[in-house]
Design a binder for this molecule. Sequence first.
Ligand code: GLU
Length: 499
Amino acid sequence: MSASSAVRVRFAPSPTGYWHPGNARTALFTWLFARHTGGTFVLRIEDTDRARNTPEATENLLDSMRWLGMDWDEGPVVGGEYGPYLQSERLPIYREATERLLEEGKAYYCFATPEEVEAMREEQRARGVAAPKYDGRYRDYPVAEARRRVEAGERHVVRFRTEPGQDLIVHDIVRGDVAFRSDDLDDFVIVKGDGFPVYNWACVVDDTAMRISHVIRAEEHLSNTPRQILLYQAMGYDLPRFCHVPVVLNTQRKKLSKRDPGVRSILSYRDDGILPSAVMNYLALLGWSSGTEREFFTRDDLVEAFTLERVSPSPSVFDVRKLESVGAEHLRVAATDELLEMSIPFFAALGLCADPPTSDQRTAMWSAVDLLKTRAWNLQNLAESSVYLLRDDFPLDPQGVSKRLLKHEETPTALEAVATALEATTEWNLEAIEEAFRTATEGGGFHTGNAIHAARMAVTGSQKGPGLFECLYTVGRERVVERLRRTAQRIRAGELTGE
Ligand code: GLU
């Protein structure tokens, strides 16, 4: 690939608040496109809104991207040839570009106060103008006089001189050609009263300076693109390719908001122990599909399969239940050894092991993870459901006590018969366990189904979980036998209370 056709893309977040799935999805498409094409992924922090941007938000973003495995080739921390990558450190670059537009008469100083501008809009609204505009009152203000006022320190903004009568067509990779008219735009501000460039202006200067080939961003910016095209043209810059990716909606089909159920910061999913590969997989499905029914993708699969052409122009819907099911899929296929390392903090936080764990605890946790990884969607709920595997004092579900342990008179005797049979097995494997169990219940004239439910309650404390024989196998013979007998005794002694 020649230097001029090399793919260089950027993700350009404004660091306000925490990073949620909508932003992360846009970053992911950009990153996948870079990795798929062997291009360069640039991270640029658009921190020119001094009232809203915080260093914590930048840290949250960098940590989220690292956790998801979206590495950047140029940007904060790693640096690069076209830095600095924080817009707040690039002010001289914008100043120089602004100076050029001013000198060429393509931009001008405006001294209208915010109150004046508001009054102008109010007056237009009163006349029934739906989209009020700046009225151009400083358009033809004498240049020398304007310079003098600026040099004297008077507060001002810089406006772009929008010439009417132009068709502005955005050739968009996802949306096709979208036409705008310059008549609908006014002389918009490019440098604010505090001397900082507005988003549209800094973005054009930086995308050009950083040699960005494809501008991939959220659809909400499509309406900014005609203004940016005017700025590219005024500066004589080549246009990049544009690609506006569809909005992410909530399950009520409204724009995704931080208040929606299940919508949390990316780092809070990490804190719950959902695997990063699962979050990446789910985010990729928000607006992209491989063109087949397939929905399970590893990070490498996505890099291989992703193309912008398969990004849909229609909105996608964030559904936390779907995220959970993708989370479960990724846990199910993950290697137990790998999961064990990641699970330790979750077990330790619940007091189920020391940190670092003893070697016996490691062995027990390995078995717990291996058994439960097929039934959890994150490591938090995996650890929570493992208490009976790691400790003998686990809680009993009161509903299960009533329904499974106290309902039938034969239950304690059946549990004891099963205990005796399991104690006598010569081998401890699924087949031997099942056979001993069934022989004890059928041979003793007990109801096998009821005995299975009762044994599950006695050994795990819960009515749900993996197959009973797998549970018994993992808990281990000695503890199973002890739990079955203890439960039988407690039923007889009237020590168990249900709901
Ligand atoms: N800072 C803008 C945002 O976070 C970037 C838009 C763009 O990618 O051009 O929405």
